[in-house]
Design a protein around this ligand. Structure first.
Ligand SMILES: [Zn+2]
Length: 534
């Protein structure tokens, strides 16, 4: 491993990037391309399943399908006769699905009469050309390796073009404040921008871009190759500059100078970073009005969006998942703040009502299937941990006119709000952190966070409050939070009584914890055998 692998991947990436940037035909009719992609989805899915599952002896889906008595010919007939989604529903009912714990390799796949040991790597897409292999960070894991195929980026160009045109953002200069490689998402976004001809001015990164340490060589190779090859292709992209998540001031000042010049920028940032940035600009009295934020990676909640609007900026958003890439793009005529067009030519979605312990009502859990052979992972009815409001709607925006009529909004994640022994977190948790606490005690939606940690043999729950929020009486805050949790949680009484008695809820005055990819999760879990870092 190590150096040789890094150089080999750098070579694969660079040699894939040249045709990606150069051999590209112009997209004259993006709506026509999307319509053709939609028309081909069944054939594409059948082909992906044939080559990526039935022809792959290592695929865990193969024994699952066999166990359910679904042969290749039968699946093909089901899809042709009923369409993809009804066929997927039938497969789900027959036990052909993968839970999150199974997908992450935390538990074997167990169905009546079947037990399959799996690891996260079991679900790798072995059809992918893996030109770029990144690492994704979460608050609960050290990071999962993810392999990307540049052809996969190609398939979202037409919809990306329609989306930018719809937001009147195609020609806005772009600036990024997103993590450096090995987090793959910024490189992804910048390459799409380069291909669509959108100029990228600056890239600030919350993580170090390398190569200060030996392990950062791969990042350096990828950044340098991107910098050089995009410049040679006539769409230069910048080398990332380090700007820690809690120090947004230089970027805020730069945005203010752009506002003063009357220039509108497309500012691509993680939701919580966008909030920290707008809030810092307000504290410094800087005028950053007029810019357009593009957010991804965390739920865009009303409280967080309000901070962006209060700074005089607009916001559009995307929905994505590292295991599958981009899943949705915000609607130009939205029904809700985060109303998304799902990219149904790339993926299929199944919604299954699921009752979670301690939650007042079932959530519409989303299961994802990738229809294409270029996705990072092979996904067949995989539980995403997300839920939301799924509907069919004719909206009239460019994406809708191209035939993308499946919408998803109010997207939240139940997995990240539920952890071992702590099932109290209902859907209202975000409201408590982002609205109730800031309203009562001051501060921004990103100033409060729950943290689960091990202290000795005990699991303790902490409410982290940013030191900039003035708190006179921590005991009073604790009592308030316990009361609110009780109110917001079905059967919460028992749980909060136990916490009161055992003194499980602590208040900690520090900055909310960041994940490896600079996100601020509402519930951050400090893994038991690891010290909190970075
Ligand atoms: Zn729309």
């Amino acid at each position: 491993m190590g150096l040789l692998n890094d150089v080999a991947m750098g070579w694969r990436y660079a040699s894939g990037l040249v045709p990606f940037l150069h051999d590209a035909p112009a997209i004259d009719d993006p709506a026509g391309v999307v319509q053709a992609q939609l028309a081909a989805r069944s054939e594409r899915f059948i082909d992906t399943v044939r080559r990526g599952i039935y022809a792959d002896p290592c695929s865990p889906y193969r024994p699952l399908l066999e166990h359910a008595g679904v042969s290749e010919a039968r699946l093909e007939a089901m899809v042709r006769a009923q369409g993809i989604e009804p066929a997927l529903r039938q497969l789900y009912d027959a036990g052909v699905y993968v839970t999150l714990d199974e997908f992450k390799g935390r538990t074997p796949i167990r169905r009546p009469g079947l037990e399959l040991p799996v690891t996260a790597a079991s679900f790798d897409n072995r059809l992918s050309r893996s030109q770029l292999s990144g690492v994704t960070g979460g608050s609960r894991t050290r990071g999962t390796r993810i392999a990307l195929d540049l052809e996969d980026f190609e398939s979202e160009l037409a919809s990306g073009l329609l989306w930018l045109q719809g937001a009147d953002a195609l020609h806005l200069p772009q600036v990024y404040w997103r993590p450096a490689f090995p987090s793959p998402s910024t490189i992804h976004a910048m390459l799409i921008a380069a291909r669509l001809g959108a100029p990228t001015r600056r890239w600030y990164t919350q993580t170090r871009p390398g190569p200060r340490k030996p392990g950062e060589l791969k990042g350096f190779i990828v950044h340098a190759a991107t910098f050089v090859l995009t410049a040679l292709a006539g769409h230069p992209t910048p080398y990332p500059r380090y700007l820690p998540a809690d120090q947004p001031e230089p970027l805020a000042r730069w945005l203010a100078t752009q506002t003063a010049r009357g220039e509108r920028l497309y500012v691509d940032a993680i939701v919580s970073s966008a909030v920290l940035l707008c809030q810092r600009a307000a504290e410094l009295g800087l005028d950053i009005r007029g810019h357009l934020f593009r957010t991804l990676s965390e739920p865009l909640t009303p409280a967080k969006a309000r901070v962006i609007y209060d700074a005089g900026c607009d916001v559009i958003s995307m929905y994505g998942m590292v295991d599958s890439g981009r899943l949705g793009m915000s609607c130009g005529t939205p029904n809700a703040l985060d109303d998304m067009h799902l990219l149904t030519f790339r993926d299929a979605f199944l919604q299954i009502p699921r009752q979670l312990p301690g939650w007042p009502r079932p959530v519409g859990a989303l299961y994802l299937t990738s229809l294409r052979p270029t996705a990072p992972k092979m996904l067949l009815n995989v539980e995403t941990g997300d839920y939301g409001v799924l509907s069919q709607r004719q909206c009239g925006c460019p994406l809708g006119q191209a035939g993308l009529t499946t919408h998803l909004h109010t997207i939240r994640n139940y997995e990240k709000l539920t952890s071992a022994g702590m099932h109290f977190m209902g859907a209202d948790l975000l409201d408590l952190l982002e609205v109730a606490l800031p309203t009562r005690y001051g501060g921004a939606p990103t100033d409060y966070q729950f943290v689960e940690a091990e202290e000795g043999a005990r699991t303790v729950l902490k409410l982290v409050i940013h030191p900039r929020v003035a708190i006179a009486d921590a005991g009073e805050v604790k009592a308030y939070v316990l009361r609110e949790l009780e109110k917001r949680t079905a059967g919460g009484r028992l749980m909060t009584d136990i916490w009161r008695d055992s003194d499980t809820l602590h208040i900690e005055r520090t900055q909310p914890y960041l994940t490896g990819s600079a996100k601020i999760q509402p519930l951050h879990v400090v893994p038991s055998r690891m010290k909190a870092s970075g």
